[in-house]
Design a protein around this ligand. Structure first.
Ligand code: ADP
Length: 515
């Protein structure tokens, strides 16, 4: 045990000694290193924590000048200033931070606190308490580094972020927040979220969210908030929040706000267009059904009366009591009826082929004969338009199997179209040869007519379709000819295609397998 006082004091009464030892015991229990200095800055005593911390013994400490302690390890300019200049004037100082590289214990940060004590006999003492805050400072620095690091990360996030304390005051915000809402850190940090930007965030829905939902669930995801913000206008924000907790209590609330206005607008448009599309599709289906019903009606209900009309007209013509004008008129009526019947038959054929009801009537055929008979049918038409009709029929064509009637109708259709869409004086060419792969016969019908735009190549083979710009005005067109050709060629196992240059002409070609 170390005495507080000088040798002369040891001669005092036992009671005083008890008090001294009591005081020393208190000093010893203090966990911070303590030095008791006299007015000349000599160590009167030190406590156990001091000896342990600085790894020195009472012998090398007591009665020494503080600056001589441990090979002058306390001879620090900052401490000298403190003890010699500040203390004599103020008699107390708190939390003086001293960073020093001590020989044995290394670099430490000490927090010094001093009190001047005066004894009854006017002896002055100085109690110097030194708290080792090296670890605390290191942790604080680390924390500051982490905070800077976190802030840097937060700043790189492209979504606006707000860091709120538990009272909903803004601790910090990121760059994206300032940019998006056109506000500065000065008018943001330290403010209650509801006060920000003239109360632009004081939104009832957000209040409910932050005041009621967050405290219970500590998180919310994708809360959609639509609001008219003063600086940036009507926006839809997707809010996400997380509570950052330390132990049991909330440290911070991170509020991320993603501007999804554009995305919502596109989604709304998508929904609207999809609905419109569905509606159009529904109407189209209705129209298609109407067309099919009408087609069926035409096929089944018109065919018989039209056939009867033609027969009756033919019978009338045969009676022989008609004059010339009457005969001509009956003739016109018969031709009109036959055209009508032809169109009805086309419809019937297409419908039968589509539903798989049409059987092919196979026979062994000769291509040259087939072309000759088709050409014969269209010859009057082509002559009336003064077209040059060229035929290139290879001489070595093998016989092949096919439905003669259907194949002739295909050729008549293609030739008829060629004539129809070529101006007077043009050229119509029909060619037949064995295809390069020797597996099929290749037929082609070319003209020097108006041509077909490439975007129509596909759909002219669908029933009722015609090149858009030419719809009007063509009275005898049904848009069924090519649909019939395609279905009939497919039924034979072949395929049909078209090449065309607008203003120069078109070439339709199809294959019929050999053998
Ligand atoms: P239709 O001739 O009765 O209209 P098609 O199915 O035979 O029906 O033909 C469909 C459409 O394809 C025609 O209306 C026409 O627009 C186009 N077309 C067919 N052949 C030719 C051709 N040789 N030249 C130009 N256009 C053609």
């Amino acid at each position: 045990m170390v005495d507080f006082y000088t040798g002369s004091m040891r001669k005092r009464k036992p009671l005083v000694e008890d008090v001294q030892s009591f005081a020393q015991n208190i000093v010893d229990t203090v966990r911070e290193p303590l030095l008791i200095l006299d007015a000349t800055l000599r160590v009167r005593s030190a406590n156990r924590a001091f000896y342990q911390t600085f790894q020195v013994s009472p012998e090398e400490t007591e009665d020494r000048l503080i600056y001589e302690l441990g090979n002058g390890q306390w001879d620090i300019p900052a401490l000298r200033t403190l003890l010699e200049d500040i203390i004599p004037q103020k008699s107390v100082f708190n939390d003086f931070e001293l960073e020093h590289d001590f020989p044995i214990i290394g670099c430490k940060v000490m927090l010094l606190n001093a009190r001047k004590l005066r004894q009854g006999d006017h002896t002055e003492f100085l109690v110097l308490a030194m708290e080792d805050v090296t670890e605390r400072r290191r942790a604080e620095r680390l924390l500051a580094d982490i905070e800077t690091y976190a802030q840097n990360i937060v700043d790189t996030v492209r979504e606006p972020l707000l860091m709120l304390d538990p009272t909903l005051r803004v601790r910090s915000a990121n760059r994206a927040f300032y940019q998006t809402f056109h506000v500065s850190p000065e008018e943001t940090e330290g403010q209650l979220i509801y006060e920000l930007g003239n109360g632009q965030w004081d939104i009832p829905a957000l209040r409910t969210l932050l005041d009621d939902i967050v405290p219970q669930r500590s998180v919310f995801n994708d809360y959609e908030l639509e609001h008219d913000f003063p600086a940036i206008g009507q926006r839809v924000m997707l809010l996400n929040a997380r509570e950052l907790r330390a132990g049991n209590h909330t440290e911070m609330l991170v509020l991320a706000m993603e501007d999804v206005t554009e995305r919502r607008r596109i989604r709304d448009l998508e929904i609207r267009y999809t609905e419109e599309l569905q509606e159009s599709y529904r109407r189209l289906q209705e129209l298609e059904k109407l067309r099919d019903d009408l087609t069926n009606m035409i096929i089944h209900d018109l065919r018989t009366p039209v056939t009867s009309i033609i027969w009756s007209m033919q019978a009338l013509k045969g009676v022989g009591v008609l004059d010339e004008v009457q005969r001509q008129m009956v003739g016109i009526a018969i031709r009109g009826g036959e055209t009508l019947l032809g169109m009805i038959n086309d419809l019937l054929d297409v419908e039968k082929m589509e539903s798989g009801l049409m059987q092919l009537d196979y026979a062994v055929l000769d291509a040259a004969e087939l072309v000759a008979s088709a050409a014969g049918q269209v010859a009057p038409l082509s002559e009336s338009k003064r077209l040059t009709f060229v035929r290139h029929i290879a001489t070595d064509l093998p016989p092949f199997r096919g439905d003669e009637d259907k194949l002739r109708r295909i050729l008549v259709n293609l030739l008829g179209n060629g004539i129809k869409f070529t101006s007077a004086g043009g050229t119509l060419t029909i060619e037949v040869r064995v295809a390069d792969n020797k597996q099929s016969l290749l037929f082609s019908v070319s003209d020097t007519g108006e041509g077909i735009p490439s975007e129509a190549f596909e759909h002219i083979f669908e029933k009722f379709s015609q090149v858009e710009s030419r719809r009007g005005g063509r009275m005898m067109s049904t848009g069924l000819g090519l649909a019939f050709c395609k279905l009939a060629i497919r039924a034979h196992g072949g395929h049909i295609g078209v090449e065309s240059v607008l203003g120069e002409g078109s070439k339709f070609f199809f294959t019929i397998p050999l053998g």
